[in-house]
Ligand binder design. Sequence first.
Ligand code: AHG
Ligand code: MN
Ligand code: MN
Length: 342
Amino acid sequence: MTAKLVTVQRHIMEQQEKYPEATGAFTHLLQDLLLAAKIITREVRRAGLQNILGLTGQTNIQGEQVAKLDEFANDTIRRAMDHGGHLCCMASEENVDVIPIPERYPKGRYVLLFDPLDGSSNIDANVTIGTIFSVYRRVSKGTDGTVEDCTQPGTKQVAAGYILYGSSTMFVYTTGNGVHGFTLDPTIGEFLLSHENIRCPRKGKIYSVNESNYTHWDDGTRRFIDYLKETNPETDRPYSLRYVGSLVADLHRTLVYGGVFLYPADRRNPRKPKGKLRLMYEANPAAMIMEQAGGRASTGTERILAIVPEELHQRVPLIVGSQDDVELYEKFVSGGKAEEGR
Ligand code: AHG
Ligand code: MN
Ligand code: MN
């Protein structure tokens, strides 16, 4: 006998059955998202064949060039999610304002925040990209959701996850009961349980950062990276460097292999004084997933999930990964000595 066969739909349903008050709305919401994931997968897989690579010529709210697949993924998620009756509003990295639910559709109790296509600079080179999302309960009282619903602290997430468009497509999610991974079997169009209860190793052997920003970092961050490049007494070799440049891909590898991913503040660079990644679309879901897998996520001085958001598109430094490696980083930035870390 090999491992049991479980679809993601069944898994989500079984998780929800643990909550007697659950109405099924949340299960349906994730199912709608899975449909979008399959449609985006189809488009990503065929992108090279149908003139959907390249840029649209537009610039998004983040001041970045919008790729055609960015736009396609954003539209697909909006179209899959706006009519189900489970959401009161959405927010996307690609849209300036909160996305209302059209008047003709019923409004629900949940809020969806997403980065529809993460790692867009990698699209044209056929390198792994992803979608990353968070679900919150609504807190506002009116009919339509508001920015208040979309700027809750990460501790309030009821679910977080990502879809990885890699050598296979994976759906990884948590509802607060561990982190579970599913691989899309394209021949049957189903996501099947492939990684049950993923645990991030306590300590890793890999660091992941865009090191070209080294001169912009604070001293603690620089000393930390210098330290990892010295010989690690436990392995007799330095940490290895791996950096894809798609957060979802770098996060997934860090989750499975352990180690630390960093996008620190570029303090000496006025363009990125708070780092690059967005709190609501990238850092919070990454942090919930990593904590649920036994890892840690911080700005270096503060737990990501405890940050009280100031605005929808806020950026934060993100250091996420194995518990011991992230704690060691925190020691370096607080001025602690390297020796205290090991
Ligand atoms: P997005 O494609 O959604 O704009 O996000 C890109 C992000 C993230 O995926 C990645 O970790 C980071 O940008 C890479 O940035 P650098 O090119 O500065 O390393
Ligand atoms: Mn992104
Ligand atoms: Mn994006």
